[in-house]
Design a protein around this ligand. Structure first.
Ligand code: SF4
Ligand code: SF4
Length: 224
């Protein structure tokens, strides 16, 4: 059947009218920042205090775009006669984001929670070589990582939280015991008590801060 003349135009106008009445989904970036989901895979942040330089992330990365350098340091024995220990010290941690495919394997395999997804995405560069970011930059991105979502009701408390809570309770109990305990008796040579000062004022022969035994001693010596 031959098409009706002008039907194409009518269809096009219908589409235009339908679209005009719908709410616009275009964000006027960069004037308007996009409203991203909190778990957006924007960039990888490094919490270097947690990194033990185990190299697992670099070994598992399918793109081999994580570069880690380290050296060993000897830690002296904690107790006399104990053994010295050696530990890895991080010298370099860099990720080449021109190669990274945002698979998240490095974050998944890190056994020490040192890598996190950040929703930060504004790190485009004009030179591809500038997309290799070093540990300082990765550390800065760490502060843009959102807090973890709340636990499900009735979920088991994470062991880190339980340990921190126990330590805080123990500390509070110790502080409470210290404040409840009576103040220690003044030792020889310390400031005399207010009562003792009053007694000393009444008795001109016993100076404040001098005990009865001390003042009696010369009298006994005198008798002998
Ligand atoms: S997200 Fe994937 S590709 Fe990117 S650094 Fe991690 S493991 Fe490598
Ligand atoms: S897996 Fe984690 S702890 Fe091991 S080197 Fe990578 S970031 Fe550091």
């Amino acid at each position: 059947m031959a098409p009706i003349p002008g039907s194409g135009l009518a269809k096009g106008l219908a589409v235009t009218l339908r679209t005009m009445t719908k709410k616009s989904v275009t964000d006027q970036y960069p004037d308007t920042q996009p409203d991203l989901p909190p778990r957006t895979r924007g960039v990888i942040g490094l919490f270097e205090e947690n990194c033990t330089v185990c190299m697992l992330c670099a070994r598992e990365c399918p793109d081999w775009c994580i570069y880690i350098d380290s050296h060993k340091e000897t830690v002296p024995a904690a107790t006399p006669g104990g053994r010295e220990r050696s530990r890895n010290v991080l010298d370099r941690f860099a990720i080449d984001f021109s190669l990274c495919m945002y698979c998240g394997i490095c974050i998944e395999v890190c056994p020490f929670d040192a890598l996190f997804w950040s929703p930060e995405f504004e790190y485009a560069e004009t030179d591809i070589r500038d997309l290799t970011h070093e540990r300082d930059k990765l550390r800065e991105w760490m502060w843009t990582v959102p807090a973890p979502p709340a636990l499900d009701p009735g979920a088991e408390e994470p062991k880190e939280l339980a340990a921190a809570r126990k330590t805080a309770e123990k500390l509070a109990a110790t502080q409470a015991t210290d404040t409840a305990a009576p103040p220690p008796a003044p030792s020889a040579g310390s400031e005399p008590h207010a009562d003792e000062q009053a007694r000393a004022a009444e008795s001109p022969t016993r100076p404040a801060g001098e005990s009865k035994q001390q003042t009696d001693q010369p009298r006994q010596e005198g008798r002998e």
